[in-house]
Design a protein around this ligand. Structure first.
Ligand code: KMH
Ligand code: ZN
Length: 276
């Protein structure tokens, strides 16, 4: 078990609407301001979805490049772009995300029902993402929405080799309607099937945020929090900011005796080349 905790902030996502969630960061200025606040209170990695001028999700390459540059200029955070996008995004656009040259990108390990939609991740598409990331020196975060996706990860690694940097880091995304539940027992079930030597973070969607956070910490795991995953801080209390969620996660991590990693420590932990 590491003596520190990796905290990833997922500030925006592709699902909530700005009109419904005014605190959601959707412009580049809002995103960079959020990133700075979150780094100050304990985040090491930022998982990024971006929006267009109408605050709708987009995978526009020019905007993605601008976003990566602005986050690098304004923070030390590890910049992880979402290759998942929105459930409506075509595979070609999702692969093109890598052209923005982030430090990391997400790589989801299978298809899953996603609320009323379907988050499609065909095997050949997964292999393509994994392979292109390695060719370009981008570290993947393998996103796991259901138990069987860990078996797919094992198959991917055994057939197509390790990721860039050699370290396997997994994010358990729990409590999506259609995926595994956000419970301690589901998290413990996943541990059995983690690839040897892999580390994991976990995030619980909606009301499963706190149970998953506590389960992950107690199991030696790391944390992802943010308004991509929950817009309610406590019952009847909307999230005020992403930093509020990161600060709470950092406080729990300190209580658990594993304080937050700095961004530099996160880079080493994830097997990344250092930023210069
Ligand atoms: N927005 C979801 C459909 C990822 O970022 O890689 C997919 C998602 C996963 O959020
Ligand atoms: Zn995402």
């Amino acid at each position: 078990m590491t003596t520190t905790t990796l905290i990833t902030v997922a500030p925006t996502g592709a699902e909530s609407r700005k009109a419904d969630v005014p605190a959601l960061p959707v412009t580049l200025a809002e995103l960079v301001a959020t990133a700075k606040e979150c780094q100050a209170v304990g985040a090491g990695v930022i998982h990024v979805h971006i929006r267009d001028d109408d605050a709708e999700p987009t995978l526009d390459l020019g905007r993605l490049k601008e976003t990566v540059q602005a986050l690098r200029a304004g923070t030390d955070l590890v910049v992880q772009l979402s290759s998942g996008g929105a459930v409506t995004d075509p595979e070609g656009d999702r692969l093109r995300v890598l052209d923005a040259e982030p430090d990391m990108a997400s790589c989801t390990m299978g298809t899953v029902n996603f609320g009323d939609g379907v988050f499609m991740n065909r095997w050949d598409f997964i292999v393509e993402l994994h392979t292109r990331m390695r060719e370009r020196g981008i570290v993947p975060e393998y996103e796991i929405f259901d138990l069987g996706q860990l078996t797919s990860l094992e198959r991917l690694l055994s057939r197509h080799g390790p990721p860039f940097g050699g370290h396997v880091h997994v994010d358990l995304v729990m409590g999506v309607p259609g995926g595994m539940p956000g419970t301690t027992s589901a998290l413990v079930s996943c541990l059995r099937d983690l690839p040897a030597g892999a580390t994991f973070s976990a995030t619980g969607i909606g009301r499963t945020t706190l149970p998953v956070l506590l389960a992950s910490l107690s199991a030696g795991g790391h944390l992802r929090v943010g308004m991509e995953d929950t817009i309610t801080y406590a019952k009847g209390q909307p999230v005020e900011s992403n930093a509020q969620l990161v600060a709470r996660a950092a406080a729990f991590a300190r209580l658990a005796g594993r304080p937050p990693m700095s961004p530099a420590e996160a880079r080493t932990f994830l097997g990344m080349r250092s930023c210069d």
